[in-house]
Write a protein that binds this ligand. Sequence first.
Ligand code: ADP
Ligand code: ZN
Length: 563
Amino acid sequence: WSSRDFPWTKELEVNNKKVFGNHSFRPNQREIINATISGCDVFVLMPTGGGKSLTYQLPALIRRGITLVISPLVSLIQDQIMHLLQANIPAAYLSANMEWTEQLEILRELNSDYCKYKLLYVTPEKIAKSDNLLRHLESLHVRELLERIVIDEAHCVSQWGHDFRPDYQGLGILKQKFPNTPVLALTATATASVKEDVVQALGLVNCIIFRQSFNRQNLWYSVIPKTKKCLEDIDKFIRENHFDECGIIYCLSRMDCEKVAEKLQECGHKCAFYHASMDPSQRASVQKQWSKDEINIICATVAFGMGINKPDVRFVIHHSLPKSIEGYHQECGRAGRDGQRASCVLYYSYSDYIRVKHMLSQGAIEQSPITPGYNRSNMINSGRILETNTENLQRMVSYCENDVDCRRLLQLAHFGEKFDCSACQKTCDNCLKITNFIEKDVTEIAKQLVELVKLTGQRFSSSHILEVYRGSLSQMVKKHRHETLSLHGAGKHLAKSEASRILHHLVIEDFLMEEVKKSDFYGSVSSILKVNESKVRNLVAGQRIILRFPSSVKASKPGKSDA
Ligand code: ADP
Ligand code: ZN
């Protein structure tokens, strides 16, 4: 879309400098603003920190009517309103947990002929559940004062996304009621299928799409095997690379947050924890201390982050497996908003995968910020959503287990974006360590592993299968007399990491299915492997499995021992 001059161009530039204090526009900002002021429906995909807010706040300022902004989270709204009021832009918000008298006052102002507000923020359940608000919007519309509708964090509409919120699905009503009011949908995360979903659910017509590369060149990515010494590793990593700098450590459970924070405090870091079961005043206090640099490090569930605007976050550490690549990309995106170098380190263990998967099936994972009225049970009971979540999680596992391909390439491929690895400039662990790789056909090994799962009666865990395959004579192996199986030791020529990558690949690609056997929430969870016959038929019919390995690992054929 065009960046040429429009009747409003002068006013835009003046206000961008005078009111927002920006010397120029960032990529796409000017084009998006021109498109939306021209009256088009617009869909914007822009990475976190790209400057989405300006694309509706600036038009709101220079147009006559009111801009309605739907945003998922009260704390995020409050933060925006504070900034707007500081810049002397009149703005207000309505949310379900506000005093009724306060709400009435705002509604009264909306009814007045000279309504002072330029922007009105509401949470999505206000649209889904309040006819009263819709009536007020209609009245604004009739008086030609409803200038534009903005849907922030628009990916929340989609069940395929990592952050589905049922109330967002009701937003299609806006386009039905106000077909001529331009809609501007914004998100920092959308795959092709999510995008389709959003455009359809919101009923956008002939929508203009802006997208820019999601590559964040100043972020350095790595995945590190998670061991029992993980917390010591984290302490050492921060000490050596980011001493006294600001960072976020994402943890899976509330208890993990507290445990990690406690340990790091013992090590002398200025650290606090943050999760959804703390009361709002506690949370606000932690957030405030953090933005004032009284605390350097926050150990948090994903409840912490959306709307975090701190520019100098120097590291984001994942203490356990994120739920999806999209989520991971967005969580990492909170680092280095100032454009300076920042680290993103993920500690990965396969046992975390089992744990996360189990928690997902129980609906026990803290979602990113809880909006009032957001109904958790909706999320758990739907089989389709659970399936999507599991798939997203498996993609995350294969990202972690991949020790060959550029991390940027892997992440961006997920957003449908092609990336030339040479542009990574060795700023990810894989590019850094790999100069050469080889492609290896592991089909025969895969068949043997499947066979072994069958031979042992589909009752054992992946680690046991690996032990037997690599010829272990452990107590457990002997107890079940598995050393007598024909395939015992068939894979003894393989490195453990190599064998386990192949086995995990079989799970991720659904040749084998992992069934959780027993668990206690914060302790261990075990699982057993079963064979998915319908998929395995493809293997028998000749499907090949090809994986990349660093060229230092020797290509090997199954069944032949080196001895
Ligand atoms: P997003 O919502 O895309 O994550 P924000 O709208 O919060 O990003 O903007 C991120 C930061 O960039 C903010 O601090 C904002 O003030 C700043 N910013 C936005 N546009 C510009 C610009 N044109 N010039 C300079 N800074 C900008
Ligand atoms: Zn790379």
